[in-house]
Ligand binder design. Structure first.
Ligand SMILES: [Zn+2]
Ligand SMILES: [Zn+2]
Ligand SMILES: [Zn+2]
Length: 281
């Protein structure tokens, strides 16, 4: 971790700004983003979804915020993190949990700096080793032993997780090993809600951890097959086998316009959208 106080951190100068922690999401799950790695609209795209889509066709990169008894747990830090927190009125995040090390899930990490100005503490970062390695490379300035000249740096404390269940912020979290093409990534189960983004298949050992769900949040990229994500047809097959009361599809591309796609989905399956909130219980 970086434990030197950067000189642009207002708290370090004794001029901590007034804190507006914003909305309290205790007991709720909020979709900060539901879009694939390039987001929707896609830059320069002339398709109907991108040019003429409705508000629910605006998809920032995929992430959720989970309101646990002891605070707000952010799952992944997308390149859209700052705008997601501002859009949703969130001023307090107590820990960050990572699914995997891809750019669309990690590269907004610098945006945790203001959260730490206010809390006065470094950010807890829970992840597997490849994610920590990626963060140490991509954000090497945060780990320099030389104090930064002028620019602030994110202050981070790593906590290693694996596939064993763990406690965080007063809740038990069950990691779910998922296949994401050739990559091993993690989903997470919070009570009877499971979050499984960025997957192309559920390994045999994970199926028993997906029983009795109220809500399954599941990767679904597009209609046609993809090497690292579920197609709509594949996602529906997984949803059917899991049998959750409600399945919400995420990590969506512009191939799946919100209204038209939702109208054709089977009962109990819906597209998630940015800003969607649901109870955790
Ligand atoms: Zn992704
Ligand atoms: Zn498009
Ligand atoms: Zn990924």
């Amino acid at each position: 971790m970086s434990d030197h106080a950067p000189d642009t951190d207002p708290a370090a100068q004794g001029v901590r700004p007034p804190w507006h922690p914003g909305r309290d999401l205790t007991g709720r799950l909020l979709f900060l983003g539901t879009g694939t790695s390039v987001g929707v609209p896609l830059v320069g795209c002339g398709c109907d979804t991108c040019l003429r889509g409705g508000p629910r066709d605006v998809r920032t990169r995929t992430s959720i915020l989970v309101g646990l008894p002891g605070g707000h747990l952010l799952v992944d830090t997308t390149p859209d993190l700052r705008s997601q927190l501002l859009r949703e009125g969130i001023g307090k995040v107590d820990a960050v949990l990572y699914t995997h090390d891809h750019v669309d899930h990690v590269y907004g990490l610098d945006d945790v700096r203001p959260l730490c100005f206010h809390s006065g503490r470094p950010m807890r970062v829970l992840c597997e080793e490849p994610v920590e390695d990626r963060i140490r490379k991509a954000f090497d300035y945060a780990f320099s032993t030389v104090p930064p000249a002028g620019g602030g740096v994110p202050r981070l404390v790593f906590e290693r997780i694996g596939t064993a269940a763990f406690e965080i912020l007063g809740a038990r979290v069950v990691p779910l090993r998922l296949a994401h093409g050739p990559f091993d990534v993690l989903g997470f189960r919070f009570g009877d809600v499971a979050y499984c983004t960025d997957t192309s298949g559920i390994p045999d050992a994970t199926w028993p951890l997906l029983t009795g769900l109220n809500v399954l949040v599941l990767d679904c990229l597009r209609h046609t097959r993809h090497p690292t994500h579920l197609s709509l047809e594949e996602a529906l097959a997984v949803a059917d086998r899991v049998g959750a009361q409600r399945t919400l599809l995420t990590h969506l591309s512009h191939d799946l316009p919100h209204e038209a796609t939702n109208a054709r989905l089977p009962a109990g399956v819906e597209l998630a959208y940015d800003g969607l909130e649901l109870p955790l219980g």
